[in-house]
Design a protein around this ligand. Structure first.
Ligand SMILES: N[C@@H](CCC(=O)N[C@@H](CS)C(=O)NCC(=O)O)C(=O)O
Length: 224
């Protein structure tokens, strides 16, 4: 039975699950929904997930409707190539980094990128509350990028030498910043996100490493 992932193209939390499946080398099918057409709140989808959010993953008779729940469940159901480590020490480190990325990196990503990528807002003049909020969000994102850069000091992936749940959670956030840097270069440049790969070289190498993994291309947002 094929694993099905319900997703919105580019939604970071659904992307986590696609990456987890790719890291484990599991076959799956992605069913894309259009948030702008109200498909997340349709009666059919609300039966799968009353919160009307993605991801939702179905495997046989099991439905899981939370990104971290999906990653944890995949490891329990398909133990090969674990996303949460082989040893207690690895597991502790992976869960910690995963949840730190869920909290701090995701919050910074939302504050910074929702206005720029989703609402398409311009960077209004200095002194306005929007400008100040965006600057604060950019500073928070730089702090998180510095944190990831430090983690990658002595390893190929965020929690060791193979990709784990921590990479699956962090990668969409980092790649969305790159997307904003490519498509909104003026705003992102003003916020210190031009030449990001020079400023964060280990993060750049980590992104390239993930992009080389089998199955990576199928996880990419289809509208990019
Ligand atoms: N805790 C959930 C949150 C899921 C979530 O908020 N997903 C976003 C996409 S990244 C969504 O579906 N937003 C649509 C909405 O809230 O209406 C998880 O991690 O799976």
């Amino acid at each position: 039975m094929t694993i099905i992932v319900h997703s919105v193209s580019g939604a970071p939390r659904a992307w986590r699950v696609l990456l987890g499946l790719a890291f484990k080398g599991l076959p799956y099918e992605t069913r894309y929904l259009e948030a702008s057409k109200g498909e997340l709140k349709s009666s059919g989808f609300l039966k799968l997930n009353p919160r009307g959010t993605v991801p939702v993953m179905q495997d046989g008779g099991i439905t899981v409707r939370d990104s971290i729940g999906c990653l944890a469940w995949l490891d329990a159901a398909y133990p090969e190539k674990p996303l949460f480590g082989h040893t207690l020490t690895e597991t502790a480190e992976i869960w910690q980094t995963t949840l730190e990325c869920c909290d701090y990196l995701r919050a910074a990503g939302n504050e910074l990128l929702f206005p720029i990528l989703v609402e398409n807002k311009p960077l209004t003049p200095k002194g306005t509350s929007y400008h100040t909020a965006l600057k604060t969000a950019a500073d928070a994102m730089h702090t998180e990028f510095d944190f990831l850069e430090t983690l990658l000091d002595d390893r190929d992936f965020l929690a060791g030498h193979s990709p784990t749940a921590a990479d699956a959670v962090a990668f969409p956030e980092v790649r969305l910043v790159e997307r904003a840097t490519d498509t909104k270069a003026d705003i992102m440049g003003a916020l210190g996100f031009s030449k990001t790969d020079n400023r964060y070289p280990r993060l750049a190498a980590w992104k390239a490493r993930i992009a080389c993994l089998p199955g990576y291309a199928n996880t990419m947002p289809r509208h990019w």
